[in-house]
Design a binder for this molecule. Sequence first.
Ligand code: HEM
Ligand code: HEM
Length: 154
Amino acid sequence: MPESLAYNLNFLHPLLMWGLLALSGYGMFLGIKAKKTRTADAEARKPLIKGQFAKRHFQIGSLILVVMVIGNFGGMAVTYLNNGKLFVGPHLLVGITMTCMVVAAASLTPLMQHGNLIARKVHVGLNMALMTLFLWQALSGVQILNNIWEKRPA
Ligand code: HEM
Ligand code: HEM
């Protein structure tokens, strides 16, 4: 592969992941609205039901799941293409942890749909921790991007 193409691929993962951060924020909003709908009293529930928040949260959640898994492996692939190795540092390790967390959270779907309260709590706990890690991952990602830019081919 030409060196310049491999270099330019470095920008794909950061762009995708910033998009995913925004999408995850939206997914969180829908999840919180879904909970509001589920726990509201009969009167407050009526207008909330029209929002179909649970359904929309599930759809956006599926999108978050696939983009995070592919984006994570994509970042590793591009790093390997450019360096012939991976850098076992915080961004790699936190990235892999986040990917495992979102997979675990999504796998609780069948249980949540049967009204399992523990599955719901674990889902929310995993994903709220995920959002916190995501903010940190975005900052460390920009630092990596900065290094890559400093070492750009002339
Ligand atoms: C949110 C903004 C993010 C930015 C700006 C960012 C930036 C970067 C950059 C510049 C690289 C170097 C390779 C490349 O350019 O493709 C990289 C690698 C990587 N990223 Fe990200 N990233 C972000 C989020 C994430 C997230 C959310 C995950 C996982 C859930 C992730 C997982 C990885 C992994 C596993 C690597 C390979 C690291 C290595 O092997 O050294 N990144 N990232
Ligand atoms: C950004 C990450 C995510 C956050 C912050 C989040 C948050 C939430 C919250 C707050 C609830 C409501 C729990 C309750 O009613 O007590 C929920 C429910 C749910 N989530 Fe997520 N979630 C995320 C990602 C995902 C993903 C990746 C999937 C699956 C692909 C998913 C599928 C579901 C399902 C099926 C429910 C149950 C909805 C119902 O009541 O029918 N979520 N989530």
